[in-house]
Design a protein. Structure first.
Length: 254
């Protein structure tokens, strides 16, 4: 039986890629201000419009997200007021506090107590970096695999955002996560000589698609958010690689 697909709310992307696999995990990467949070808003709002409750886990203040949603004419305030969208502010006091299965179970129990009562089907971690930092280097791979398994068991489709890696170790971690998820999307921004901004949405991996993966030109519009202009003629060809493993209402970590 084919896996059920859900839409992201970015219409041209959904037409070409078929949306996301329900209960799958997806990562969206990019530099600051490239549209990761806007992608997250559109993903959550599309679910809300189809009576799918959502959860947003973020270090940002809730009003910042609500302000951004209003700016692109995709307001979320009513959904928050009706508890259809729950924003969980993450406060990270320390890193490397999850080093084994017992500590992971404690972490998941705390997270589950916030998530399960909502009966949500979509969750966004914007950003996923604080979650990664919870794990010790020795437990990182096992912990991420276990987290993805638990998220799926809760019936959630997950969207994770992250900035671009700045070191060999963080690049290796990102590649490991890409290997575990159903899809990987990169948002790229380039300023031309005439000061115009060129944006591309690069699909690096997607369940149901084969290389070359699509590359889209897009803009960020004040009334629609991410607006796909057209698919680039040249898709992304991803070769098989041997990845280098990395070295060994409020969540308060630490």
């Amino acid at each position: 039986m084919p896996e059920e697909q859900i839409l992201t709310g970015i219409s041209e992307f959904d037409k070409v890629c078929g949306g996301f696999v329900r209960k799958g995990n997806y990562i969206v990467s990019g530099a600051a201000d490239t549209g990761k949070s806007i992608f997250s808003i559109q993903f959550l709002r599309n679910g809300l419009l189809n009576e799918e409750k959502g959860i947003l886990v973020t270090e940002r203040e809730p009003h910042e997200y609500l302000d951004l949603a209003r700016q692109i004419n995709l307001p979320l305030d009513t959904y928050v007021e009706n508890n259809d969208l729950v924003i969980i502010k993450q406060v990270t006091l320390s890193s490397g506090i999850v080093s084994d299965e017992n500590e992971f179970t404690t972490f998941m129990t705390d997270l589950g107590n916030l998530i399960v009562p909502v009966e949500a089907t979509r969750i966004v971690f914007d950003s996923f970096i604080p979650i990664i930092q919870l794990f010790t280097s020795e437990y990182l791979e096992q912990g991420i695999r276990a987290l993805f398994f638990e998220i799926k068991q809760m019936g959630l489709t997950a969207l994770l955002t992250t900035k671009m890696p700045t070191s060999r170790n963080t690049l290796a971690i990102k590649r490991f996560i890409e290997d575990q998820v159903n899809g990987s999307i990169h948002l790229d921004e380039h300023t031309k000589e005439n000061s115009e901004t060129s944006r591309k949405l690069v699909v690096r991996k997607m369940t149901g698609l084969t290389s070359p993966f699509p590359v889209f030109n897009f803009t960020i519009e004040p009334d629609t958010g991410i607006n796909i202009l057209e698919q680039s003629e040249t898709g992304l060809i991803v070769a098989e690689k041997t990845l280098t493993k990395p070295k060994p209402k409020e969540i308060v970590n630490g």
